[in-house]
Design a protein around this ligand. Structure first.
Ligand SMILES: *Cc1c(COP(=O)(O)O)cnc(C)c1O
Length: 228
């Protein structure tokens, strides 16, 4: 559905206001980036949100990312790939040159990606995805091994610029459990931050304020921005 601009403005204002409240509660100096997730919405709504000032957008499928990057090619947008990356889509993603890949979820994927980046003499910025809630349906490395995996990727994949970590909060109504998954991810981030990492990507429409209070500095918000 194509939304009218006033609705989008209202949605965006509300999300920005809530981000502001949450980040100020952490620290005046805590800056949070908003990535608008367009996967369930029309491309027209993304263009309209751009006109309202939003610059960064994410998609969870390479195919959809490619279509939208191409269709909105004349706008200076920053594109994020946030969904699971299948091995047979790696070359396509490399050619798109996304701003950031959030979903590097195993050593094997990292090595494959690195090999293909090397072949194309390119680099890519990426985050290590952590499955902090330990859910079988989610990809990502276990919290316990995340720091070691991070180091290993840094050492063996010179064409990948690891910039930090990403997680999807626990899939539950239990706020305490969601908070725990964010806190555990932040603990990993806190260690790699001391070695130069700058991005802790946590928080979606249902839990971004909580994520920010747990230290997130990048939230990926879809439905709250594009609701009618
Ligand atoms: C869909 C998606 C989001 C946004 O979800 P909403 O609940 O609609 O805000 C964020 N991150 C990832 C990885 C997603 O797939």
């Amino acid at each position: 559905m194509i939304l009218d601009k006033e609705q989008l403005r209202k949605n965006l204002d509300e999300v920005i206001w809530k981000i502001e409240q949450a980040r100020i509660a952490v620290s005046e100096h805590h800056i949070v980036q908003l990535v608008g997730v367009g996967k369930y919405t029309e491309i027209e709504n993304i263009a309209a949100l751009y006109e309202l000032g939003q610059r960064a957008f994410g998609e969870n499928q390479v195919q959809q990312l490619a279509q939208r990057m191409e269709a909105l090619d004349d706008l200076p947008l920053q594109w994020h790939m946030i969904g699971s990356l299948q091995k047979n889509k790696i070359n396509k993603l490399i050619d798109l040159r996304p701003f950031l890949l959030h979903s590097l979820d195993s050593i094997e994927l990292a090595e494959e990606l690195n090999k293909k980046l090397e072949a194309k003499a390119q680099t890519m910025s990426a985050l290590l995805q952590i499955n902090a809630a330990g859910e079988e349906t989610k990809s990502g490395v276990a919290t316990e091994v995340a720091y070691d995996v991070y180091q290993q990727i840094k050492e063996s994949c010179p064409n990948i610029n690891l910039k930090g970590v990403m997680t999807i909060g626990a899939h539950t109504e239990d706020t305490a459990l969601i908070q725990k998954s964010f806190e555990e991810t932040y603990a990993v981030y806190d260690r790699v931050q001391k070695e130069g990492a700058t991005i802790c990507s946590m928080g979606m429409s249902g839990d971004y304020e909580l994520a920010i209070r747990c230290g997130s500095n990048l939230v990926r918000v879809g439905s709250a921005l594009f609701k009618s």
